[in-house]
Design a protein around this ligand. Structure first.
Ligand code: CMC
Length: 423
């Protein structure tokens, strides 16, 4: 086994080196503090491997993303989202019997308990659907308490099946329309679109274009290894909190504009540029100005330093879907200009800031008639299997420990309490 050497104040420490199946090298510092009394410091965890995982591989320098070894391009082109859920959670693509059973279970569990519908009455119509989704997912734990380890699969299925019903109901609540019950003869994606867009007074047929676009979007979002929300799920899960509590925490983490919330912000930014006369160069300059805190939303990524393969797939999908739907979106023109500038401007080139998945997903959701404040909910629905797979991987690891990092304290040293009258 190879080792690495670290010298602290003249004392040398030898540390084991771990090599992953794709040749990634990690220096194992888990016993370093016990030997040296020093911790390693890595704010933002940019250089920290939080553990070993067999779920997703990313090579950010080469623009590679694979789920359980399968390239994202192949999955996006050939698979259905339900196959990908099974693959991520159970490690292998399902055979026909396994897939039929999984599909049947996901359909059977789509309804939410009638009492849970009453919860929606308490939210204001302006409530952000991410707040509703996270609290409703946590509330599932009140109806479906943690099962034995063997039975956890049932709650996994329940979560995957019911989250889309909750998401669609949150939208219906916001526009004051009656909830549409799921329909058992529809596929996973079609069922969601039916619950979103059908009304009791008219027939609604889900178009193949919409179903395929949603399928692609969900697959592209399905996992992304140790990002902010997945790390949150793993951290909450590391205390052995139940599946619903752990996933609700992940949904909250995803909401932020630097993470999944970016897709909403991209659209708001494009709309702002359009309303401002379309002068995108002004916004590029603002993003480069260190005195301004404006960033080009949808650009840059902690891991991808070449291109985001998900963005490449989506860019092509957007063109295809808009052409099929006959939509001509002025925001897409602004987006393409921004992309060109960013790919040629020294500031972006030097910092390797390429369009990320959120840059195009918003345009696609918009073309599908999904409102802006639902974009991050769509990301969350896609990310469910990834979060579940990580929660399960950690839970099933007998050597797993609670996540509990150290710190370097920079506050006051010891001082005596001063009574109020002497302060
Ligand atoms: N616009 C302008 N400058 C940027 C941008 C941007 N979008 N992103 C990074 N930079 C600059 C940043 O100012 C810094 O410059 P300097 O070296 O001169 O100080 C440099 O690039 C490195 O940035 P960083 O903040 O250290 O990079 P990070 O790895 O901590 O952050 C990021 C990654 C995605 C949070 C960031 O690029 C960003 O804020 N992007 C916009 C938000 C966004 O699109 N988020 C979605 C990410 S993809 C979906 C997901 O997986 O969550």
């Amino acid at each position: 086994m190879s080792t690495a050497k670290l010298n602290v104040d003249g004392q040398e420490y030898e540390l084991p080196v771990v090599v992953g199946s794709e040749g990634e090298v990690g220096v194992d510092i888990s016993r370093f503090r016990a030997a040296s009394k020093a911790v390693t410091l890595d704010p933002g965890f940019g250089n920290t491997g939080s553990g070993q995982s067999a779920i997703t591989f990313i090579d950010g320098e080469k623009g590679i993303l694979r789920y359980r070894g399968y390239p994202i391009e192949q999955l996006a082109q050939n698979a259905r989202f339900v196959d990908v859920c099974y693959l991520l959670i159970y490690g292998e693509l399902p055979n026909k019997d396994e897939l039929d059973k999984f599909r049947q279970e996901l359909t059977y569990h789509t309804l939410i308990h009638e009492d849970m519908k009453k919860f929606f009455e308490g939210y204001p119509p302006t409530a952000h659907p991410m707040a509703i989704l996270s609290s409703m997912v946590a509330s599932l734990a009140t109806y479906y308490p943690e099962l034995s380890e063997d039975e956890n699969d049932l709650n996994i299925v329940r979560l995957l099946a019911k989250a889309k019903t909750i998401a669609a109901y949150a939208y219906k609540k916001s526009i004051g329309q009656p909830f549409m019950y799921p329909s058992n003869d529809l596929s996973y994606c079609s069922n969601f679109l039916h619950m979103m867009f059908a009304v009791p007074t008219e027939e609604y047929v889900v178009s193949d274009v919409m179903e395929d676009a949603l399928n692609t979007l969900l697959i592209l979002h399905a996992d992304h290894e140790q990002n902010c929300s997945t790390l949150t799920v793993r951290t909450v899960g590391s205390s052995q909190a139940n599946l619903f509590a752990s996933l609700a925490a992940g949904i909250c983490a995803l909401w932020g504009p630097l993470h999944g919330g970016a897709n909403q912000k991209v659209l708001e930014m494009l709309e702002m540029i359009r309303q401002d006369g379309g002068d995108y160069k002004k916004y590029v300059d603002m993003a480069k100005d260190k005195n301004s805190d404006f960033r080009l939303m949808g650009f840059g990524h902690r891991v991808y330093k070449n291109f985001d393969p998900r963005a490449t797939i989506l860019r092509n999908t957007v063109d295809k879907v808009l052409a099929q739907m006959g939509t001509n979106d002025p925001l897409l023109d602004i987006a393409k200009h921004l992309e060109q500038v960013a790919l040629s401007d020294e500031y972006f080139v030097e910092r390797k800031l390429y369009p990320n998945v959120d840059f195009y997903s918003g345009i696609l959701y918009r073309a599908m008639g999904i409102p802006t404040n639902m974009f991050t909910v769509m990301f969350a629905l896609g990310r469910l299997p990834g979060w579940i797979a990580h929660w399960k991987e950690q839970r099933d690891n007998p050597a797993g420990r609670i996540n509990r990092p150290r710190q370097i304290y920079t506050g006051p040293t010891e001082r005596n309490f001063v009574p109020l009258e002497q302060r």
